[in-house]
Design a protein around this ligand. Structure first.
Ligand code: ADP
Ligand code: MG
Length: 239
């Protein structure tokens, strides 16, 4: 335990919560410790991700233990992979059950970035991924095939429109990530995010918040809808 604390300190990882899983030292360790799927290991290698970043070291084991997480780490520190990797591990493969993972972010550009990172990690696994943009689900044919998708990436406004007008269903969602959560939980988005969360009716829903900053008001709000979350902070608290 002492050694683990020293390792966290070296990586500027601070944790708040009970029974927090130990951080990773390497991606290779995931194979033994969590039976990481071979395609994920291969795609990490092919993307040139040799060593996990500090947020990945701590967030990945927390999420693989099916814990809810509030993670705060600087811009450019690899937060996207930190949540994509454990969620893909849990999804196993394509399932035609409807959306099982939902990634919400404040802008379309960010949605495209998440999609790019996801495609790198999904190579050779035919997950069906939908990035909601202004036009792409508005015709009936696409709407009818929604059941075939596994993963949804959207902004709040676009998704609320989809819920109200395009028969998008979120009842199969097991993983909800709010990326850039500080912005998503501000007044301009809060109403939509509330509506989205209310549509995620699956009992096994697991929530994760990732952000560069988590103001105390946002933290209090997040705690009100999360189950025994672990909070992870990398570097200075609000840097
Ligand atoms: P954040 O969301 O924290 O701002 P990103 O998830 O966008 O950061 O990642 C920033 C960049 O770092 C991306 O180009 C991503 O591909 C790269 N990256 C992520 N994890 C690693 C890693 N373990 N090793 C090398 N590069 C990585
Ligand atoms: Mg990001």
């Amino acid at each position: 335990e002492e050694e683990v604390n020293i390792y966290r300190k070296q990586n500027r990882i601070r944790i708040y919560g009970t029974d927090v899983p130990h951080p990773l030292k390497t991606f290779a360790e995931l194979s033994d410790r969590f039976k990481l799927r071979k395609y994920l290991r291969k795609n990490l290698d092919e993307a040139g991700y040799n060593e996990p970043t500090p947020i990945q070291k701590q967030a990945v084991p927390i999420m693989l233990h099916a814990r809810e997480i509030m993670a705060c780490a600087p811009t450019g520190s690899g937060k996207t992979l930190a949540y994509l990797l454990p969620i893909l591990q849990d999804l196993k493969g394509p399932a035609k059950e409807g959306f099982r993972a939902l990634f919400i972010c404040p802008t379309r550009e960010l949605a495209q970035q998440i999609h790019r990172e996801l495609k790198k990690l999904c190579q050779s696994k035919p997950f069906k991924i939908c990035v909601l943009t202004k036009t792409n689900v508005s015709n009936d044919n696409v709407a009818a095939s929604l059941q075939n998708f596994d993963i949804l990436i959207s902004t709040p406004l676009r998704l609320v429109h989809g819920l109200q007008h395009e028969s998008i269903k979120l009842s199969s969602v097991r993983h909800l990530v709010l990326d850039e959560a500080d912005k998503l939980l501000e007044l301009g988005f809060l109403e939509q995010v509330d509506e989205i969360m209310a549509s995620c009716t699956n009992d096994n829903l697991q929530k994760a918040l990732f952000s560069a900053t988590i103001p105390s008001g946002v933290e209090a709000l997040a705690k009100s809808f999360m189950k025994d979350p672990v909070r992870v902070v990398i570097g200075a608290k609000n840097a």
